[in-house]
Write a protein that binds this ligand. Structure first.
Ligand SMILES: NC(=O)c1ccc[n+]([C@@H]2O[C@H](COP(=O)([O-])OP(=O)(O)OC[C@H]3O[C@@H](n4cnc5c(N)ncnc54)[C@H](OP(=O)(O)O)[C@@H]3O)[C@@H](O)[C@H]2O)c1
Length: 397
């Protein structure tokens, strides 16, 4: 379910004059003194918090910071003071109207981390003060969120809020595509596209938990040193070379697993690169994103070139084609909880650690999105509700 959005403050409620408005007359109110002014009666201003709101589909300017009124958590919910939120590729698609998100105005955000500040009725397994990470379909880019307690996961000790906001979407996805669908085993080979990004970095770290895995990783050339030092055996610049040819030069038989977040013609290339008993896991359509606004040409091209195979052809190929969508698993709390607990263990053992590319205050969400869309990020892009201290100081001077 969607994170329960906090109630929006109407312009009237948020205006100073509205706050000073006299309350309606009470049926049994004492008579007002005949002379002089009535005693001032003021409601305490409703607590408000900042939220990022997508005001329409389109370019970066469609995201605005707005004030919303805090509400109490409902039964089964917790209220969380958010310290960091994750930006995902899907948020770029959602901004253009290419992802399953309620119609604008809507608060996006599928993951965040913070501290529990209040408990709704019936919540037993969370306490005020717990540090948690949260996963939801949308609604988490806010300073305060009310969410069902079952969508929160306790942060392991020592984990920062930025790391916790970087973990749920990228690491659950990477874990499930590599191990549940991919069945990665020692001495196998994997091709990871978008290898320097959020899911890519998580997938590399998870591959390193298995003995002697050969990792092919595609990314822009400027990121290849970072890829090598994180454990990619063969970084490939997909922008200047044909990555399938490059893989074949090194491994003529192809690879055991291809992680495909690109879609379109890249899925056919992935299928053709598989060794017998190989698997391609499709989990994205990054190829539809070509500019700030929705491109019908890119959409048509991706759709036209999409991979298709019938059961009989598949039977003779000895290959598997899998599709994965975390967003469609929002009711699978036990399944996702079990993956998070495995990730929690790996984090405690020092085997995984989210790599943070950059941290941006809500007001600079456009720059955060640009960082990802212009292919500059190495690791995860994070949003924080408050301006970082150095930023505030700079603004003060
Ligand atoms: N199905 C699911 O449940 C699920 C869950 C999470 C993510 N995903 C998918 O996994 C992929 C990675 O997601 P992420 O959030 O981790 O993002 P990300 O990899 O951090 O995305 C940014 C990077 O992608 C690369 N890229 C490739 N094609 C691009 C394009 N058309 N426009 C902009 N950048 C492009 C760029 O790096 P280089 O040029 O260096 O490669 C860029 O720096 C996406 O396709 C996303 O939709 C799917």
């Amino acid at each position: 379910p969607d994170a329960a959005p906090a109630e929006r403050v109407s312009p009237e409620e948020s205006s100073p004059s509205a706050a000073r408005k006299a309350p309606p007359a009470q049926p049994h109110a004492p008579p007002r003194p005949a002379l002089g002014r009535a005693p001032a009666f003021r409601h305490p201003p409703p607590p408000r918090h900042r939220a990022l709101v997508l005001t329409g589909f389109g370019g970066y300017e469609k995201l605005k910071v707005q004030l919303r009124r805090c509400s109490s958590p409902g039964p089964g919910e917790v209220s969380v003071r958010v310290h960091a939120c994750g930006l995902n590729f899907a948020d770029l698609l959602a901004r253009q109207g290419l992802y399953d998100l309620p119609s604008p105005p809507v608060c996006p955000g599928m993951e965040c981390a913070g501290v529990v500040r209040a408990l709704g009725e019936g919540v037993r397994d969370r306490q005020v003060g717990d540090k948690v990470m949260i996963l939801a379909k949308s609604g988490l880019w806010q300073e305060v969120v009310n969410v069902p307690a079952r969508q929160t996961f306790l942060m392991p000790p020592g984990m920062s809020f930025e790391e916790a906001a970087a973990l749920p979407v990228n690491y659950i996805t990477a874990y499930m595509v590599l191990f549940d669908f991919g069945n990665l085993r020692p001495n196998q080979s994997v091709l990871i596209h978008m290898a320097a990004g959020g899911v890519g970095t998580a997938a590399i770290q998870l591959c390193k938990t298995v003995e002697n895995v050969t990792i092919f990783g595609t990314a822009s050339a400027s990121k290849h040193d970072a890829l090598r030092s994180s454990g990619v055996t063969h970084p490939i610049d997909y922008r200047t070379t044909d990555y399938a040819e490059e893989v074949r030069k090194i491994s003529p038989k192809g690879v055991d697993i291809v992680l495909d977040p690109l879609g379109g013609s890249d899925t056919s290339k992935a299928f053709n690169l598989l060794k017998p008993m190989g698997k391609v896991i499709i989990y994205g359509v990054a190829n539809v994103l070509t500019g700030q606004k929705k491109s019908l040409i890119a959409m048509a091209k991706t759709w036209w070139n999409q991979f298709s195979i019938n059961a009989l052809q598949l039977l003779h190929h000895n290959k598997a084609v899998c599709g994965y969508d975390l967003g469609a698993m929002d009711e699978e709390f036990e399944l996702l909880g079990s993956v998070i607990s495995k990730l929690d263990n790996l984090y405690r053992q020092g085997k995984i650690k989210p790599k943070i590319d950059s941290v941006w205050p809500f007001d600079r969400v456009a720059d955060a999105m640009r960082q990802m869309q212009e292919k500059k990020n190495v690791g995860k892009v994070i949003l924080v509700p408050e301006a970082p201290k150095e930023e505030s100081k700079k603004e003060e001077n």
